[in-house]
Design a protein around this ligand. Sequence first.
Ligand code: TXA
Ligand code: MG
Length: 324
Amino acid sequence: MARIIDITASREDALSAAFAVLGEGYPVAIPTETVYGLAADATNPAAIARIYETKGRPQFNPLICHMADLAMAEEYAVFDPLSRLLAEAFWPGPLSLVLPLKEQSGIHALATAGLDTVGIRVPKGFAGELIRTFGKPLAAPSANTSGKISATSADHVADDLGGKIRLILDAGASDVGVESTIVKVENGEMTLLRPGGLAAADIERVAGKRLRRRKKASAAIEAPGMLASHYAPGAAVRLDADAVLPGEAVILFGRAEIRGIADAAIQLNLSPAGDLAEAAANLFDYMKKADASGAATIAFSPIPDEGLGEAINDRLRRAAAPRE
Ligand code: TXA
Ligand code: MG
């Protein structure tokens, strides 16, 4: 079983234990403000291969490479002015930028799936400190089995991957609760590749222009790795419910009124006050709780598609998509 170290109890122990495991080419589960990541040395092919192996990923998708700060990111990728503006405004934070990779950057092709671009993020808090100490970028997808709900606590990671990894660093519940927003700038135009923990409107305000959006999740892979069926609990997921069927689990938002709630297997509310940031932070944990109730279906009341609601609804559509 993985060793779990509480970083608030001993940052030094956590840093040195993580440094040792990463240096040997093995992945470590690390806390970030979005979700827990399964992190490995982005320059070491064996280490990256172990991420895929641990997650049971069906194919090699490009992974986000985490950096300590903008200066470190500039050693590996080429920044256009708009990408730099966004990095300066939002890093560290829940924004990932897809950028042209510098030649001989050292980031291994297994991390970028052989593309000539790289997804880069600068996480807040302990993860940034760890990367600075380690001195190399960390490739890190969410720390969960491929296709399953992302982990927002060390316990989630331990339940899912504890038997397969050596070390989990515990910093409590993730603040944001959904993965980072991914943006790619080309010819001065911004495209939203994945809605996430930074609201699109905040990016548009800083950039002074609109984000282009991709079409809805399709069954085919649109951005590499963006499978339609993803974030799936064991139970089926039913969206925009205005009534609960007997025995269903129900997850509400705000003051939603919903018929049949007395017969629900379990009822949870992502944010009784109707706060989308609070709802995002609770999303994956509540999906796991609803799943653990044993209900065959989880019904969700509607969630507004604005602010972080865009990322929440994206994850819910994927959770509800037909499974392969
Ligand atoms: O919040 C997050 O971003 C979390 C935490 C752990 O930091 N990380 C995360 O990483 O979600 P990951 O590796 O699962 O994100 C991979 C996604 C791919 O599925 C793809 O959509 C996009 O990032 N991506 C990465 N590199 C890309 C590239 N070069 N071009 C296009 N999309 C890319
Ligand atoms: Mg994931």
